[in-house]
Design a protein around this ligand. Structure first.
Ligand code: NAP
Length: 608
């Protein structure tokens, strides 16, 4: 499985392409930036709070005290719970909006859903649960089942509160606990809170005029309605027969859904603002011989290799263990350096960036040429070609998507010139002055990832010591210690992309954070401490460290076509990676380990 060759890429005119990229960006930039999106609230609240998968069972409201509340039962929450258990903390509850564990894998069950990233790196707690993914890119049900497996294996179901949405979070200095209110009337007083809501928790809707007027069926990919479509996440949407369907959005979700809808519907109209860049999926079942050959530590090595490709670079001679579109640019560059004996060039960061940029342009050109080979109508092929750099948007892997546009029952509508769909009416979708009548509109419009934090968390109020709002504290940017805690907000810990290290396997980042958080909570408990809070000095010091290691990629992001990866082109938008410690994920790992080994809880103020 390690035999990974570079791809054959064509020569390019970089300068001409750069200008084309900028023109394509300008065409799509909208002055309202992220405000163009509608929140899933009021008449659209069901797009977030409604559960099409499991009925919400009535239950009594819960009140009382709890040691640790883990907010979110996706992989971040499951990992946090596992680490709390390991640290000897048992009085905790996972509180989760879904009807089961899984997070994004619980909610997103649209047809075609599959991981777009190496499953051996991504699916967590493999060795601990004795599980090996069936394929390199797992299907959505395997991910959901793995979340359930973790829940069962570690006995996490017992105390979990499902179908429960956090409404407000308030630190109460009188009792030194967090007061948690939920949509089920619960009033819980938790000593500690661990925020594990994940980055893709809350769907957002395109702010298209008239969206509320549509008389047909409107759904979001993250809340798929199989009652309406028939079938399941592997397809077979038999109830769409005879139906005219529109899909708005061609990101990771849209691309996976579109081939299945095309197969089932009478007619599918795809409204595309920006095309995704589509790599070959080239999925394969897990080779039992390869599994037998694995030595302990294989997974850590693989994750580090993935990290090197995505966030650093290979060491000379290091193989590409991941071998997919995520690593294509790095792999091709490494092959060139090998062939030309050119590794010395990497000593110069500017040279490295230039070499990488060349491979990036060539790889994107390869993908554009591939579209022209697969899609028979040249005009349609042209509309499907992405003109931006690798990693301006999330890479997508699919073998069925491009051929879908050769079908007679599929129409592609380019809405880039109008910066999106123009209007929705009672009967359908208006684009470029034409009304397309449809029975169903599927919104593949993504999530509140880089919109403001109050939109993403949807928790109000969210207040710490002295009633200070977290949204205010982070109003001008994140302020944390190690990306996990904040001054003025005792006993609460954050996971995800805030001010920590980033790596290619998101779940590895959750593990790093859970290790640290569970250590602090266990230490506090063992020392009889009830209030733990980073000092102002420690927070300031961490911000200084983050700044000192800052990596300025603003030119890259500002030249990208808009999307959530660059906060829709807003100059001061919040990055989807947060405000990372660019010193490096593994540097942070050592730093946190040393901090823990020292054992003095430096930078934390402790009160009994
Ligand atoms: P997304 O990447 O945010 O895509 C939203 C889509 O809606 C874009 O194509 C966007 O066009 C389009 N859109 C928004 N407003 C529009 C308007 N007014 N008119 C026309 N089109 C409009 O959302 P997503 O596809 O759900 O993916 C979100 C993230 O979730 C992914 O990047 C990935 O991290 C994760 N995800 C992962 C997987 C996987 O691993 N397999 C699958 C699904 C999702 P523009 O591009 O022009 O803005």
């Amino acid at each position: 499985m390690n035999d990974c060759s570079p791809t054959q890429t064509p020569e390019v005119d970089r300068e001409a392409l750069r200008l084309k990229y900028l023109a394509e960006r300008d065409k799509r930039l909208r002055p309202e930036g992220q405000q163009q999106y509608l929140q899933a609230e009021n008449e659209f609240a069901d797009f977030y709070e409604g559960d099409p998968h499991l009925p919400v069972e009535p239950r009594e409201a819960i009140s009382g005290e709890l040691e640790v509340a883990v907010l979110g039962g996706g992989f971040a929450g499951l990992i946090a719970a596992h680490r709390l258990q390991q640290a000897g903390i048992t009085d905790f509850r996972i509180i989760e909006l879904g009807g089961d564990f899984g997070g994004v894998w619980y909610w997103n069950r649209y047809p075609g859903i599959q991981i777009d990233s190496d499953a051996y790196c991504y699916l967590p707690l493999l060795e601990e649960t004795g599980y090996m993914p069936k394929e390199k890119f797992s299907h959505g049900d395997e991910c959901y089942e793995h979340a359930q497996r973790i829940g069962k294996h570690f006995g996490l179901y017992e105390n979990a509160l499902f179908h429960t949405l956090i409404r407000s979070l308030r630190w109460d200095g009188e009792i030194n606990r967090w007061r948690i209110s939920t949509n089920r009337g619960d009033e819980i007083a938790a000593r500690f809170v661990v925020m594990c809501q994940g980055p893709y928790n809350r769907p957002k809707l395109p702010g298209i005029p008239g969206i509320a007027d549509f008389d047909g069926h409107l759904m979001h990919t993250a809340r798929w309605d199989f009652e309406y479509t028939g079938g399941d996440l592997h397809g077979g949407l038999d109830k769409l027969a005879g139906k005219r369907v529109a899909v708005i959005g061609t990101g990771s979700s849209g691309v996976q859904v579109i081939p299945h809808v095309a197969r089932a519907a009478e007619h599918l109209t795809v409204f595309q603002r920006t095309p995704s860049y589509i790599f070959e999926r080239d999925n394969h079942p897990t080779d039992p011989e390869w599994v037998k050959s694995l030595e302990p530590g294989w997974r850590a090595e693989r994750q580090r290799n993935f990290h090197n490709a995505a966030f650093a670079f290979y060491n000379p001679g290091e193989p590409d263990l991941i071998c997919d579109g995520w690593t294509e640019v790095a792999r091709n560059l490494a092959a060139k350096l090998n062939a030309e004996n050119g590794w010395a060039a990497l000593a110069d960061p500017a040279k490295f960036m230039e070499l990488k940029e060349i491979e990036d342009y060539r790889s994107m050109e390869r993908l554009r040429n591939r579209i022209a080979e697969i899609v028979t109508d040249p005009e349609t092929a042209e509309i499907l070609k992405p003109y931006y750099r690798n990693m301006c948007k999330r890479p997508v892997f699919n073998d069925d998507y491009l051929p879908t546009f050769n079908r007679d029952n599929v129409t592609l509508v380019d809405v880039s010139a109008a910066k999106g769909v123009e209007r929705i009416t009672e009967k359908g979708v208006v684009a470029n002055g034409v009304e397309y009548e449809v029975d169903c509109i599927i919104l593949a419009s993504g999530f509140e990832i880089t919109t403001s934090l109050d939109r993403q968390y949807d928790i109000e109020p969210f207040t710490g010591r002295d009633g200070k709002s977290l949204y205010e504290h982070w109003g001008k940017g994140f302020r944390t210690l190690h990306g996990m805690s904040a001054h003025g907000f005792p006993n609460i810990y954050f996971t995800g992309f805030i001010q920590g290290g980033v790596t290619a396997a998101t779940t590895l980042m959750f593990e790093q954070q859970a290790d640290h958080i569970s250590y602090i909570i266990a230490q506090a408990t063992a020392r009889g401490v009830t209030v733990v809070e980073p000092t102002q000095e420690a927070e300031d010091e961490w911000i200084k460290t983050v700044r000192a290691n800052a990596f300025d990629n603003s030119t890259f992001t500002s030249e990208c076509t808009p999307g959530y990866y660059n906060s829709e082109g807003e100059p001061n938008g919040r990055s989807f990676l947060g405000d990372p410690f660019w010193g490096g994920f593994y540097v942070l790992e050592e730093l946190l380990q040393t901090w823990r080994d020292t054992g003095d809880l430096a930078g934390l103020s402790l009160r009994e």
